[in-house]
Design a protein around this ligand. Structure first.
Ligand code: SF4
Length: 313
Protein backbone atom coordinates (compact mmCIF):
# COMPACT_ATOMS: atom_id res chain seq x y z
CA UNK A 1 0.00 0.00 0.00
CA UNK A 2 1.29 3.44 -0.90
CA UNK A 3 1.10 5.98 1.87
CA UNK A 4 1.35 8.95 -0.43
CA UNK A 5 0.05 9.78 -3.90
CA UNK A 6 3.06 9.16 -6.12
CA UNK A 7 3.54 10.52 -9.62
CA UNK A 8 3.82 7.01 -11.08
CA UNK A 9 0.44 6.05 -9.57
CA UNK A 10 -1.13 9.27 -10.84
CA UNK A 11 0.18 8.62 -14.38
CA UNK A 12 -0.95 5.01 -14.31
CA UNK A 13 -4.44 6.10 -13.26
CA UNK A 14 -4.51 8.69 -16.04
CA UNK A 15 -3.03 6.66 -18.91
CA UNK A 16 -3.55 3.07 -17.80
CA UNK A 17 0.16 2.32 -18.13
CA UNK A 18 3.53 3.60 -17.01
CA UNK A 19 4.61 6.90 -18.52
CA UNK A 20 8.19 8.16 -18.41
CA UNK A 21 9.82 11.57 -18.42
CA UNK A 22 12.31 12.62 -21.05
CA UNK A 23 14.25 15.68 -19.90
CA UNK A 24 15.20 18.40 -22.33
CA UNK A 25 17.55 21.38 -22.19
CA UNK A 26 16.01 23.82 -24.67
CA UNK A 27 18.85 26.34 -24.38
CA UNK A 28 17.12 28.85 -22.10
CA UNK A 29 18.92 31.14 -19.70
CA UNK A 30 17.67 32.52 -16.39
CA UNK A 31 16.67 36.05 -15.30
CA UNK A 32 18.36 35.40 -11.97
CA UNK A 33 21.68 34.93 -13.73
CA UNK A 34 21.67 37.50 -16.51
CA UNK A 35 20.97 40.54 -14.32
CA UNK A 36 17.26 40.95 -15.12
CA UNK A 37 16.28 39.72 -11.65
CA UNK A 38 19.68 39.09 -10.19
CA UNK A 39 23.21 37.92 -10.86
CA UNK A 40 24.96 34.70 -9.90
CA UNK A 41 21.75 32.72 -9.61
CA UNK A 42 20.38 30.82 -6.65
CA UNK A 43 23.16 29.79 -4.28
CA UNK A 44 22.63 26.06 -4.86
CA UNK A 45 22.26 26.29 -8.64
CA UNK A 46 24.66 24.48 -10.92
CA UNK A 47 23.97 24.86 -14.65
CA UNK A 48 20.32 25.69 -14.08
CA UNK A 49 19.96 22.43 -12.14
CA UNK A 50 20.65 20.30 -15.23
CA UNK A 51 23.91 18.38 -15.08
CA UNK A 52 24.12 17.16 -18.63
CA UNK A 53 25.94 19.89 -20.53
CA UNK A 54 26.14 17.72 -23.64
CA UNK A 55 22.41 18.19 -24.13
CA UNK A 56 23.01 21.84 -25.01
CA UNK A 57 24.83 20.71 -28.15
CA UNK A 58 21.78 18.76 -29.32
CA UNK A 59 18.53 20.10 -30.79
CA UNK A 60 15.33 19.67 -28.80
CA UNK A 61 14.18 17.05 -31.34
CA UNK A 62 17.43 15.09 -30.97
CA UNK A 63 17.11 15.14 -27.20
CA UNK A 64 13.49 13.94 -27.30
CA UNK A 65 14.23 11.26 -29.84
CA UNK A 66 17.32 9.90 -28.04
CA UNK A 67 15.48 10.09 -24.69
CA UNK A 68 12.54 8.11 -26.07
CA UNK A 69 14.88 5.52 -27.53
CA UNK A 70 16.94 5.14 -24.34
CA UNK A 71 14.01 5.08 -21.89
CA UNK A 72 11.91 2.99 -24.27
CA UNK A 73 14.63 0.33 -24.49
CA UNK A 74 15.33 0.31 -20.77
CA UNK A 75 11.74 0.12 -19.48
CA UNK A 76 9.74 -0.94 -22.53
CA UNK A 77 8.00 2.44 -22.28
CA UNK A 78 5.56 3.57 -24.95
CA UNK A 79 4.32 6.89 -23.62
CA UNK A 80 6.40 9.86 -22.58
CA UNK A 81 6.28 13.30 -21.01
CA UNK A 82 8.72 15.90 -22.29
CA UNK A 83 10.20 17.76 -19.35
CA UNK A 84 11.64 21.19 -20.16
CA UNK A 85 13.88 21.20 -17.12
CA UNK A 86 17.09 23.22 -17.38
CA UNK A 87 17.10 26.91 -16.41
CA UNK A 88 13.89 28.96 -16.85
CA UNK A 89 11.73 27.43 -19.54
CA UNK A 90 9.34 30.36 -19.95
CA UNK A 91 12.08 32.98 -20.31
CA UNK A 92 11.31 34.08 -23.90
CA UNK A 93 8.47 35.65 -25.87
CA UNK A 94 5.34 33.52 -26.40
CA UNK A 95 6.21 33.26 -30.12
CA UNK A 96 9.65 31.87 -29.38
CA UNK A 97 8.27 29.57 -26.70
CA UNK A 98 5.66 28.24 -29.11
CA UNK A 99 8.40 27.41 -31.62
CA UNK A 100 10.18 25.38 -28.92
CA UNK A 101 7.21 23.65 -27.26
CA UNK A 102 5.67 22.78 -30.65
CA UNK A 103 8.58 20.44 -31.36
CA UNK A 104 6.97 17.83 -29.11
CA UNK A 105 4.21 17.53 -31.73
CA UNK A 106 6.60 15.61 -33.98
CA UNK A 107 6.53 12.70 -31.54
CA UNK A 108 3.24 10.78 -31.32
CA UNK A 109 4.55 8.87 -28.28
CA UNK A 110 4.58 12.13 -26.28
CA UNK A 111 1.44 12.52 -24.16
CA UNK A 112 2.41 15.43 -21.98
CA UNK A 113 4.58 18.47 -21.34
CA UNK A 114 6.19 19.62 -18.12
CA UNK A 115 7.53 23.18 -18.02
CA UNK A 116 9.90 24.10 -15.19
CA UNK A 117 10.18 27.78 -14.39
CA UNK A 118 10.35 30.58 -11.83
CA UNK A 119 7.13 31.99 -10.38
CA UNK A 120 8.10 35.54 -11.43
CA UNK A 121 8.52 34.58 -15.09
CA UNK A 122 5.01 33.61 -16.24
CA UNK A 123 3.15 36.55 -17.74
CA UNK A 124 -0.49 35.92 -18.66
CA UNK A 125 0.21 35.54 -22.40
CA UNK A 126 2.72 32.79 -21.60
CA UNK A 127 0.15 31.01 -19.47
CA UNK A 128 -2.35 31.31 -22.32
CA UNK A 129 0.18 29.70 -24.64
CA UNK A 130 0.89 26.86 -22.18
CA UNK A 131 -2.84 26.38 -21.73
CA UNK A 132 -3.26 25.92 -25.50
CA UNK A 133 -1.41 22.58 -25.20
CA UNK A 134 -3.93 21.20 -22.72
CA UNK A 135 -6.28 20.29 -25.60
CA UNK A 136 -3.83 17.62 -26.76
CA UNK A 137 -1.52 16.97 -23.81
CA UNK A 138 -1.29 16.55 -20.10
CA UNK A 139 0.37 19.81 -19.04
CA UNK A 140 2.22 20.52 -15.80
CA UNK A 141 3.98 23.72 -14.89
CA UNK A 142 6.58 23.49 -12.13
CA UNK A 143 7.33 26.56 -10.04
CA UNK A 144 10.46 26.82 -7.95
CA UNK A 145 9.13 28.02 -4.60
CA UNK A 146 11.71 26.27 -2.39
CA UNK A 147 10.41 27.92 0.79
CA UNK A 148 7.43 29.92 2.00
CA UNK A 149 9.73 32.23 4.01
CA UNK A 150 11.17 35.36 2.51
CA UNK A 151 14.24 35.20 4.78
CA UNK A 152 15.09 31.86 3.15
CA UNK A 153 14.42 33.07 -0.38
CA UNK A 154 16.77 36.00 0.31
CA UNK A 155 19.41 33.69 1.77
CA UNK A 156 19.20 31.52 -1.36
CA UNK A 157 19.35 34.61 -3.60
CA UNK A 158 16.16 33.47 -5.36
CA UNK A 159 15.38 37.01 -6.51
CA UNK A 160 11.62 36.68 -5.95
CA UNK A 161 9.22 36.73 -3.03
CA UNK A 162 6.61 34.35 -1.66
CA UNK A 163 4.01 36.72 -3.10
CA UNK A 164 5.33 36.04 -6.63
CA UNK A 165 4.66 32.37 -6.09
CA UNK A 166 1.13 32.92 -4.75
CA UNK A 167 0.39 35.28 -7.64
CA UNK A 168 1.70 32.75 -10.19
CA UNK A 169 -0.35 29.90 -8.70
CA UNK A 170 -3.56 31.95 -8.56
CA UNK A 171 -3.11 33.19 -12.14
CA UNK A 172 -2.32 29.67 -13.36
CA UNK A 173 -5.45 28.37 -11.66
CA UNK A 174 -7.50 30.48 -14.05
CA UNK A 175 -6.58 27.71 -16.50
CA UNK A 176 -7.97 24.68 -14.69
CA UNK A 177 -6.41 22.16 -17.09
CA UNK A 178 -2.85 23.25 -16.29
CA UNK A 179 -1.56 21.28 -13.31
CA UNK A 180 0.71 23.20 -10.91
CA UNK A 181 3.66 21.67 -9.07
CA UNK A 182 5.89 23.40 -6.51
CA UNK A 183 9.53 22.62 -5.75
CA UNK A 184 10.50 22.73 -2.09
CA UNK A 185 13.86 22.44 -0.33
CA UNK A 186 13.91 20.99 3.19
CA UNK A 187 16.79 21.56 5.57
CA UNK A 188 17.59 25.21 4.88
CA UNK A 189 19.75 26.56 7.72
CA UNK A 190 17.48 29.62 7.94
CA UNK A 191 14.52 27.48 9.05
CA UNK A 192 13.46 25.26 11.90
CA UNK A 193 11.08 22.33 11.58
CA UNK A 194 7.96 24.43 12.09
CA UNK A 195 9.11 26.89 9.41
CA UNK A 196 9.49 24.01 6.96
CA UNK A 197 6.07 22.62 7.77
CA UNK A 198 4.55 26.06 7.28
CA UNK A 199 5.57 25.68 3.62
CA UNK A 200 3.46 22.51 3.45
CA UNK A 201 0.53 24.43 4.92
CA UNK A 202 0.90 27.21 2.35
CA UNK A 203 0.84 24.67 -0.49
CA UNK A 204 -2.14 22.89 1.04
CA UNK A 205 -4.03 26.17 1.45
CA UNK A 206 -3.47 26.92 -2.25
CA UNK A 207 -4.73 23.46 -3.26
CA UNK A 208 -1.49 22.78 -5.11
CA UNK A 209 -1.65 19.88 -7.60
CA UNK A 210 1.88 18.53 -7.13
CA UNK A 211 5.01 18.82 -4.99
CA UNK A 212 8.66 17.94 -5.46
CA UNK A 213 10.71 17.67 -2.27
CA UNK A 214 14.48 17.96 -2.12
CA UNK A 215 16.93 17.91 0.79
CA UNK A 216 19.36 20.82 0.80
CA UNK A 217 22.63 19.49 -0.59
CA UNK A 218 25.82 21.23 -1.56
CA UNK A 219 27.25 20.89 -5.04
CA UNK A 220 30.79 21.64 -6.17
CA UNK A 221 31.28 24.94 -7.93
CA UNK A 222 28.21 26.63 -6.45
CA UNK A 223 27.97 29.68 -4.24
CA UNK A 224 26.53 27.34 -1.62
CA UNK A 225 29.79 25.41 -1.58
CA UNK A 226 31.68 28.63 -0.85
CA UNK A 227 29.25 29.54 1.95
CA UNK A 228 29.42 26.00 3.38
CA UNK A 229 33.22 25.84 3.36
CA UNK A 230 33.55 29.33 4.82
CA UNK A 231 31.02 28.77 7.56
CA UNK A 232 29.78 25.16 7.71
CA UNK A 233 26.12 24.85 8.68
CA UNK A 234 24.18 21.83 9.77
CA UNK A 235 22.75 19.65 7.02
CA UNK A 236 19.99 17.16 7.73
CA UNK A 237 20.85 13.56 8.40
CA UNK A 238 18.92 11.04 6.31
CA UNK A 239 16.85 10.04 9.36
CA UNK A 240 15.95 13.67 10.07
CA UNK A 241 15.07 14.19 6.43
CA UNK A 242 12.90 11.06 6.29
CA UNK A 243 10.92 12.19 9.34
CA UNK A 244 10.54 15.69 7.94
CA UNK A 245 9.26 14.38 4.61
CA UNK A 246 6.64 12.30 6.43
CA UNK A 247 5.65 15.34 8.53
CA UNK A 248 5.44 17.43 5.36
CA UNK A 249 3.36 14.97 3.35
CA UNK A 250 0.97 14.44 6.27
CA UNK A 251 0.04 18.10 5.89
CA UNK A 252 -0.67 17.95 2.17
CA UNK A 253 -4.11 17.22 0.71
CA UNK A 254 -4.54 13.64 -0.45
CA UNK A 255 -5.15 14.80 -4.00
CA UNK A 256 -1.70 16.47 -4.24
CA UNK A 257 0.63 14.38 -6.37
CA UNK A 258 3.97 13.86 -4.63
CA UNK A 259 6.23 13.86 -7.64
CA UNK A 260 9.52 13.59 -5.80
CA UNK A 261 10.47 12.79 -2.22
CA UNK A 262 14.21 13.23 -2.37
CA UNK A 263 16.90 14.86 -4.48
CA UNK A 264 20.31 13.59 -5.43
CA UNK A 265 23.40 14.41 -7.45
CA UNK A 266 26.24 12.58 -9.14
CA UNK A 267 28.86 11.60 -6.56
CA UNK A 268 31.61 13.56 -8.29
CA UNK A 269 29.59 16.79 -7.95
CA UNK A 270 28.41 16.33 -4.39
CA UNK A 271 30.12 18.06 -1.46
CA UNK A 272 27.62 17.10 1.28
CA UNK A 273 25.68 15.32 2.67
CA UNK A 274 26.94 11.99 1.34
CA UNK A 275 23.48 10.37 1.45
CA UNK A 276 22.33 12.70 -1.36
CA UNK A 277 24.39 10.90 -4.01
CA UNK A 278 22.67 9.12 -6.91
CA UNK A 279 23.61 5.70 -5.61
CA UNK A 280 21.81 6.31 -2.30
CA UNK A 281 18.55 7.41 -3.92
CA UNK A 282 16.58 4.17 -3.59
CA UNK A 283 17.82 3.56 -0.06
CA UNK A 284 16.60 7.02 1.00
CA UNK A 285 13.22 6.50 -0.70
CA UNK A 286 12.88 3.17 1.11
CA UNK A 287 13.81 4.81 4.40
CA UNK A 288 11.03 7.38 3.93
CA UNK A 289 8.52 4.65 3.07
CA UNK A 290 9.59 2.73 6.16
CA UNK A 291 9.04 5.81 8.32
CA UNK A 292 5.49 6.09 6.97
CA UNK A 293 4.90 2.47 7.99
CA UNK A 294 6.53 2.79 11.41
CA UNK A 295 4.51 5.88 12.19
CA UNK A 296 1.40 4.33 10.62
CA UNK A 297 0.48 7.56 8.93
CA UNK A 298 -0.59 8.84 5.49
CA UNK A 299 -0.61 11.81 3.19
CA UNK A 300 -3.34 14.15 4.39
CA UNK A 301 -3.42 12.80 7.97
CA UNK A 302 -2.66 16.28 9.33
CA UNK A 303 -3.91 18.40 6.46
CA UNK A 304 -5.65 21.56 7.65
CA UNK A 305 -6.83 22.58 4.17
CA UNK A 306 -8.68 20.80 1.37
CA UNK A 307 -9.30 18.03 3.88
CA UNK A 308 -10.54 14.81 2.38
CA UNK A 309 -11.40 11.43 3.81
CA UNK A 310 -8.32 9.22 4.14
CA UNK A 311 -8.60 6.13 1.96
CA UNK A 312 -6.52 3.37 3.59
CA UNK A 313 -6.96 0.79 0.88
S1 SF4 B 1 15.99 30.12 -10.96
FE1 SF4 B 1 16.65 28.05 -11.53
S2 SF4 B 1 18.07 28.31 -13.25
FE2 SF4 B 1 17.78 30.32 -12.30
S3 SF4 B 1 19.52 30.50 -10.89
FE3 SF4 B 1 17.78 29.70 -9.71
S4 SF4 B 1 17.94 27.45 -9.80
FE4 SF4 B 1 19.30 28.32 -11.39
Amino acid sequence: MERYYSFSRYLRELFGERVYRVTVDAGFTCPNRDGTKGRGGCVYCLSGSGYDRQKRQMSVEEQISSGIERVGKRYGAKKFLVYFQAYTNTYASPDLLKGIYDRVRKFPQVVGLIVGTRPDCVPDDTLELINSYTDDYLVWIEYGLESSHFKSLRWMNRGHGVSDFIDAVLRTKRFPKIRVCAHVILGLPTEDREDMLETADLLASLGIDGVKLHPLHVLKGTELERIYRREPFKLLTEEEYADLVVDFIERLPQKTVVQRITGEAPEELLVAPGWCSHKEKHRVINLIRKRFEERDTWQGAKCRFYREKIDRT
